[in-house]
Design a protein around this ligand. Structure first.
Ligand code: ADP
Ligand code: MG
Length: 353
């Protein structure tokens, strides 16, 4: 039986409670800081002549964020870079520069570290990001990678989590649930073998595993939404749709309804859910690390959004609507009444591994 968490423990506070505490300790933010601690995917700072700088940082810890049994060093480097680039994408920004801190256990070989950097640099090149510095240390317990990315925005305002209004339509890019299915596959021996085989089932498995190991940051989508003034609020789905939607609603002070039948699912994710007797909508709602963008659009901009999607061949799916805050966050199942959507998703100190 799990013991009740003692008061003042990290488990009781949770990751987000702890971040709020850090924000209070840091005190009031300066006038040039438009988005500060805990407010968005990246911080936003006003420079001279009104230009805006975006800054984001993410720490990846062996055994928490990645496991070298299921990912190669190149996968780890690629994903570490891409998850940071995704936070700039979520602000509608153009990612520019990267700093990388690594703490390395001594048993790693130089060639493994070359692979880590090769993966990282592939992700950077893909988005025109330059690696300009970092820090290196030995580690007594596991591999740590801490990445900082800066970006700028061409739009007059970055996309934030705070602008959604009642009646807005809720959209998501790409498909959801793939990364969670991919992780489960990678954790089984059959899934690891599937990386070098090729029947149709194995193709599905490979697709899902790749979605977990090599996510795409939706940089182009974020920029188009920002420069066309289309998204009223936006964030990337890193912790899982239900948890990230709760962040958007909290910052915008609104509620929302998600229509489970509208959630975009890949054929591979549907196949996986059927095979394991799972509800694919549940995978899409709870699974994290898809790095898709979740955003809101005014109803009168729906056609403009559809034209943009068509022109640039982008996948935007309407999955629900924004409600008044008092209505809370709901999910409409395929059949039956609305139910409350509990904010799942990963939260450090709270989620058991
Ligand atoms: P994401 O999942 O988009 O990377 P996080 O959940 O890591 O975002 O962070 C959410 C917010 O909390 C961001 O504004 C981030 O800068 C801030 N934050 C997280 N950890 C800390 C910390 N230790 N000190 C100050 N701010 C933090
Ligand atoms: Mg984010």
């Amino acid at each position: 039986m799990r013991r009740h968490a003692p008061s003042g423990s990290l488990r009781q506070l949770g990751e987000f409670g702890l971040i709020n505490r850090f924000r209070r300790l840091a005190g009031r933010k300066g006038v040039a800081v438009l988005q500060g601690i805990g407010e968005d995917d990246a911080a936003v700072v006003r420079l001279d002549r009104g230009r805006l700088l975006l800054l984001t940082t993410d720490l990846l810890t062996e055994g928490i964020h990645f496991d070298l049994d299921t990912a190669t060093m190149a996968d780890v480097g690629y994903k570490a870079a891409m998850s940071n680039i995704s936070d700039i994408a979520a602000m509608g920004g153009i990612p520019q520069y990267m700093l990388v801190g690594v703490a390395i256990p001594e048993h790693h070989t130089v060639s493994k570290l070359d692979q880590l950097y090769k993966g990282l640099i592939i992700a950077c090149r893909h988005h025109g990001v330059q690696l300009i510095g970092g820090d290196t240390s030995a580690s007594a317990c596991g591999l740590f990678i801490c990445i900082t990315v800066t970006g700028i925005t061409r739009a007059s305002r970055p996309l934030t989590r705070a602008g959604a209004r009642v009646g807005d339509h809720l959209y998501v890019t790409g498909t959801l649930g793939d990364a969670r299915a991919g992780l489960t596959i990678l954790m089984t021996r059959q899934g690891r073998r599937a990386r070098s085989t090729s029947s149709s089932e194995e193709r599905h498995m490979r697709f899902l595993a790749q979605r977990h190991l090599r996510p795409s940051a939706r940089v182009r989508e974020g920029q188009l939404l920002a420069t066309n003034g289309l998204a009223t609020a936006c964030l990337d789905v890193s912790d899982g749709l239900s948890g990230d939607l709760a962040h958007l609603c909290q910052q915008s002070r609104v509620g929302a309804v998600v229509e489970s039948g509208s959630l975009p699912l890949s054929p591979a994710c549907r196949w996986y859910a059927t095979r394991h007797h799972l509800d694919p909508a549940q995978l899409a709602l709870a699974g994290g690390e898809d790095y898709e963008l979740l955003f809101t659009v005014r109803p009168n901009n729906q056609q403009k959004l559809e034209r943009l999607a068509h022109r640039y061949r982008l996948r935007f799916t309407r999955i629900g609507s924004i409600l008044p805050e008092a209505r809370g966050i709901k999910v409409k199942p395929l059949a039956g009444a609305l139910r409350r959507l509990t904010a799942g998703g990963y939260q450090h100190f709270r989620t058991s591994p």
